[in-house]
Design a binder for this molecule. Sequence first.
Ligand code: CTP
Length: 398
Amino acid sequence: MKKNMVIGVTGGIAAYKALDIVSGLRKKEIDVNVIMTQHACEFVNPLSFQSLSNNYVTTDMFAEPKSWDVEHISLAKKASLILVAPATANIIGKVAHGIADDMLSTVIMAARCPIVFAPAMNTYMYTNSIVQENIHYLKSKGYHFIEPDSGWLACGDIGKGKLPTPETIIQATLDLLEKTQAQKQDFQGKNVLVTAGPTVEEIDPMRYITNHSSGKMGYAIAQEAAKRGANVKLISGPTHLPCPAHVERIDIKSALDMEEEAKKHFSWSDVVIKAAAVADYRPAQRSQQKIKKSEDNLTIQLTRNPDILQELGKQKEHQILVGFAAETEELLKNAKEKLQKKNLDFIIANNIAKEGSGFQVDTNMATFIYKDGTINKHPMMSKTELANVILDEVKNKF
Ligand code: CTP
């Protein structure tokens, strides 16, 4: 089947270069639908794009429909990739802030395919910290960018901001398309529930008990599962990490909040991976007012939090249940006990006292232990790689 790309053309002087991009992609047997913003139409006549793409050009959200589909949804569904070239500071800013007020921004909002921006603008606009922050934010959300070239710009300034040649853009988009098509989609239709990060147990309005968990492992699992086609819900304690693309994040604070959300979404789940570092205890009483200091020592009474994973293990029906064991000693013995007690399919044990393994860092060294007693020790690897190893193991259990 022919692949389809949506090319978004926004209002910059480089808009005319998009004509060569469209024609180059057609020569590569790609079916192209062009969406032009109103400002782009000031620079180039839509008819030119229509003639080159051999498809109707969409310019107006409320124009007479060309078909009976809801157009922004059908274009978003049909596209294997969306390329915005040239991409102005305006479209980058709109997407970064969730604004969908015309056909292009609406299609981008509704799309699940890779989205690539090729920015082109005045160099001072491009290097403006607001634009750079928007680009940085979108990259963290999984959007792709083709770096602009440096050189003499239409406004007379010299610097970074030129649209790369059509050949460069075509090659970059085709490479990305090939890479994403090669991506395994083996979790298509599966519902995956991931927990991540620490929990926070309040003592009073000012103080709390928590732990060193950064959330990196759980976020990597959520991200990779989504890339592999899963529907992903991520129950997350407070972290500084951005929510991965196509993941529904549910923010919680305490272990009790996490328990409530985990139970709520359990029947929806085919797979549950509990990477969160849940506080085992919380203050028996949360003081409504700030606790004032006195000359005496202070003792805080702690009470047990529920063991969420153990609760889920009891309720388990068809779900594949995976837990983590964070240990500092007797790794295998402790992890095996948790595997049994919590009725898990397998457990991922890691020694958090070892360098490069455990909280905060980007790597992990894990030992997988299975119900039948099999033990599989993995070398140190990035949390993203480990996420895929975990998902491969889960897939073997489907
Ligand atoms: N877990 C949970 N609820 C808790 C404690 C832990 O769901 N109250 C989950 C974690 O998300 C993890 C697994 O159980 O997947 C093991 O957590 P860990 O902190 O290693 O062990 P604990 O069961 O808390 O036991 P201990 O603290 O004694 O090592």
